[in-house]
Design a protein around this ligand. Structure first.
Ligand code: AMP
Ligand code: MG
Length: 411
């Protein structure tokens, strides 16, 4: 039996980032950029107006006030998206809309609120400083500038930036295809008949959802019977994937053949990790594919996925930050435990005035899926301790992507 830390190290040493693929930018969301992006253009491409108003020469407005307006001659209208045809001379101005390029000769914008139109003239009520309300060429992005770096997570802002650079296709790190195989004679699919001692293979669904949450794709292989033949056949059907996840059949029961079958098809690196839940867990390789033989109990399967499979998937997809955020929180109850095992308790973390507290979700049996449903975090109690007392600070792994969200705006 190896420690959680050791097991995690072995998993992460084995896997490495996948290759690069080219995707349209909207499909690239949540993936890792596989190339540096240098801009071939300046943004904005030219000096342009930040206001609806008048393009003029700042020096022409000297001394202007409400009482003593300066009067300029309006020589043209420049809507956004159209180029000026006339150059602005001394004593002249062009009506201009937000985003339109400044006409030749002008150096500043005066917002329309500080003017009054009078036929083909405009009265200017304030002095303008040179460059006022001008968005300068290249102030966002300069031509030739490296705007995004290889390894960056692609979020909506990066997608907007890529679009403004005219990049509809972009290189990204591939995410793994992950096969999910459930094992057990007692399992039926979601709409199967559960009247004769069968249960729904909920792991097929919770694991698929966890994979999707990592941004990876799922290959659903279904349910294998507890026979070596069926397991072998179904494992072979997983070989198209980059990672194979099985659940169940990896313990010491009379029908737990998963370990044997993996050993005959590939190689087991480790089996059994000093943790609760999730002790029976096999990691190894099937040819060039990585295999996680997760325990069958629904909570054990999900918790072991969180600790080992999720970081592996994220590393393969090129992420730098492959671990969930952690927070220190004060225990609201006392928990006794066995030394020598790392505990992952399903918990509810709360924040009040910047202080975090945490309590368990109640019954912690590894078959109690409700303990996951109620949880927004896992409380991690390290191997060496035999008790966590009420008030003790413990490390909490935040699971809920909505953690910190609130029903009111908070401002
Ligand atoms: P095993 O590790 O195969 O002995 O399974 C341990 C427990 O988890 C048993 O009670 C199984 O019925 C249950 N189990 C195994 N696989 C699944 C699954 N895919 N979905 C839900 N429960 C499962
Ligand atoms: Mg089983």
């Amino acid at each position: 039996m190896i420690t959680v830390k050791n097991a995690l190290e072995r998993v992460l040493e084995s896997v490495s980032p996948l290759g690069i693929e080219r995707l349209d930018i909207l499909s690239a969301q949540g993936k890792i950029l596989g190339e540096d992006i240098c801009s071939q253009r300046s943004i904005p491409p030219k000096d342009n107006s930040a206001m609806d108003g008048y393009a003029l020469r700042a020096e022409d407005t000297r001394g202007a006030s409400r009482e003593n307006p300066v009067v300029l001659r309006v020589i043209e209208d420049i809507p956004a998206g159209y180029l000026a045809r006339k150059s602005v001379g001394r004593g002249e101005a062009s009506r201009i809309m937000t985003g339109a390029f400044l006409p030749e000769g002008s150096d500043s914008i005066l917002r329309v609120e500080d003017t009054e139109k009078d036929g083909d003239r405009v009265k200017i009520f304030v002095e303008v400083s040179k460059g006022q309300d001008v968005r300068f060429c290249g102030e966002d992005v300069k031509e030739g500038e490296k705007v995004l770096t290889k390894g960056t997570l692609i979020r909506p802002a990066e997608i907007g930036m890529l679009a403004s650079l005219g990049r509809s296709i972009v290189s990204v790190r591939q995410s793994p295809l992950v096969a999910v195989l459930s094992t057990g004679d007692e399992l039926v699919d979601i709409d199967g008949d559960v009247s004769q001692g069968k249960i729904v293979s909920s792991n097929s669904y919770s694991l698929a959802a966890q994979i999707a949450e990592c941004g990876a794709s799922v290959l659903q292989v279904g349910i294998a019977k507890d026979t070596r033949e069926d397991l072998r056949e179904k494992f072979e059907a997983c070989m198209r994937a980059d990672i194979v996840i099985s659940s169940g059949g990896v313990s010491v029961g009379d029908y737990d053949f998963v370990k044997d079958v993996i050993s005959s098809l590939g190689a087991i690196d480790f089996w059994r990790v000093a943790m609760r839940p999730g002790r029976p867990l096999a990691f190894g390789k099937l040819g060039s594919k990585f295999l996680f033989g997760l325990p069958g109990n629904p909570v054990s399967a999900m918790v072991s996925f969180e600790q080992f499979v999720r970081p592996a998937i994220l590393k393969m997809a090129g992420h730098r930050n492959i671990f969930r955020g952690t927070i220190r929180a004060a225990m609201q109850q006392t928990i006794k435990k066995n030394t020598g095992l790392t505990y992952f308790l399903r918990g509810i973390i709360n924040e009040e005035d910047g202080r975090y507290t945490v309590r368990t979700t109640g019954e912690q049996g590894s078959g109690i899926l409700k303990s996951m449903v109620l949880a927004n975090c896992l409380i991690i109690l390290p191997e060496e301790i035999s008790v966590a007392n009420e008030g003790d600070e413990v490390l909490v792994q935040v699971l809920d992507p909505g953690f910190g969200m609130r029903p009111d705006p908070g401002f």
